[in-house]
Design a protein around this ligand. Structure first.
Ligand SMILES: Nc1nc2c(ncn2[C@@H]2O[C@H](COP(=O)(O)OP(=O)(O)O)[C@@H](O)[C@H]2O)c(=O)[nH]1
Ligand SMILES: [Mg+2]
Length: 372
């Protein structure tokens, strides 16, 4: 096992609001720890720390005092990797790695790494590579800003640093163009598939990562073991949208019902990553019905809901949204009863995709969506 450290960074007020919108530090640390351990089974998070920054430092992101204390901790515990839940530039990463003598990875790089590891289809892999281009370019831009600050922000920079940045930028642009061409081609095929589904009613499962979308997909379709979606407790396992026929058209239901399992969302998911996955997420955008699967047992379930609604809005989803409150089996009996009651009052469905509790009622609703 390789020891790792998760560092929660509370940024100065203005940027903190823009970046993390004041999430609970403990939730952030837990989520980050889960991401880290899912990214590499050999890693074990042995230290979780929070630091408050009054300002960010152009060279090392965190100040001298914190850096020294962190360096000592890292050496003492033999930590090999430090995971920061804030975005840093390429320059800051290099300097931090040098001074702390361990790998330094920020949240977005970590999410990208997990996406890359889970991308199984050609389209998924291309989309991750496309997102990586935007990410690398933004990190170059930050390196550029920092050089400009050193020069007082005026005039041309000149010198080998600038030339290297410009070269890197051009190379990234070239890769991005090639990827776009390949993605366009795949997108045309996707358009054809979509047209073939025109007379069907599409129901998309959406929600926060790990809320139980794939488990519910397997349950509603009663899939045999061999054809089930992967539901290990890991974020972003389902990168490629999976669509299956739920019911053929009948006299009472004119259209065939299709069910789609989609990639989940997470707090502070960078826009460029959502944009890169727009093609895959078209199934959610086009769906006539969206089942928003929520982990009602999570301490930050309300925040997760807001995050998902933000992404759905960004994607321009138009379907009717039905909330599914999942994991009620994980609640105490009193909270479970309260959840079932308030779900009933608010038009939501309280279920456990794991035990099947409440799934019968949900299936009845789902089978009648085309008539609602
Ligand atoms: N206790 C409990 N765990 C669940 C339930 N539904 C899913 N899970 C677990 O939550 C984790 C993530 O489930 P998954 O379906 O892969 O989530 P997805 O990321 O939304 O697709 C897995 O470990 C599941 O076994 C549920 O109703 N109750
Ligand atoms: Mg899934």
């Amino acid at each position: 096992m390789q020891p790792a450290c998760v560092l929660h960074v509370v940024l100065p007020r203005a940027s903190q609001q823009a970046q993390a919108e004041e999430r609970e530090p403990l939730d952030c640390i837990d989520e980050m720890t889960h991401l880290v351990q899912s990214s590499d089974a050999r890693l074990r998070v042995v230290e979780k720390k929070t630091i408050h920054l009054r300002k960010t430092h152009a060279q090392t992101f965190i100040g001298k005092g914190s850096l020294q204390a962190l360096g000592e901790l890292i050496a003492d515990r033999g930590i090999v990797a430090l995971y920061l839940d804030a975005p840093i530039s390429a320059v800051q990463q290099r300097n931090l790695e040098r001074s702390l003598a361990c790998s330094v990875i920020d949240r977005i790089s970590l999410i990208l790494k997990i996406f890359a590891a889970n991308a199984k289809s050609q389209e998924g892999r291309l989309q991750v590579s496309r997102a990586e281009c935007v990410w690398q370019k933004s990190r170059l831009a930050k390196a550029w800003q920092h050089l400009e600050r050193q020069r007082g922000g005026k005039g041309f920079l000149g010198g080998p640093g600038e030339r290297q940045i410009e070269l890197d930028r051009r190379m990234i642009d070239k890769t991005a163009r090639t990827l776009d061409k390949k993605l366009d081609k795949l997108n045309r095929n996707r358009g054809l598939q979509r047209r073939a589904r025109q007379n069907c009613h599409l129901i998309a499962l959406t929600g926060y990562t790990n809320s139980g979308k794939s488990t519910l997909f397997n349950k509603l379709l009663a899939l045999p073991e061999a054809r089930r979606q992967d539901t290990r407790h890991q974020p972003f396992l389902t990168l490629d949208t999976k669509i299956k026929r739920l019911r053929d058209s009948t006299q009472s239901c004119a259209r065939t019902l299709l069910l789609a399992d989609t990639v989940g969302f997470i707090a502070s998911l960078p826009h460029f990553l959502i944009d890169a996955f727009t093609a895959t997420l078209q199934e959610v955008v086009q769906a006539q019905t969206i089942l928003h699967v929520r982990d009602i047992s999570a301490s930050n379930s309300a925040e997760q809901k807001l995050e998902v609604l933000r992404v759905l809005e960004r994607l321009g989803c138009r379907g009717r949204v039905i909330e599914v409150w999942n994991k009620i089996d994980a609640l105490t009996i009193n909270r479970r009863l309260a959840a079932v009651r308030s779900a009933g009052n608010s038009g939501a469905y309280a279920i456990s995709a794991l035990t099947g509790e409440g799934c019968g009622g949900l299936l009845e609703l789902v089978e009648s969506v085309d008539r609602l």
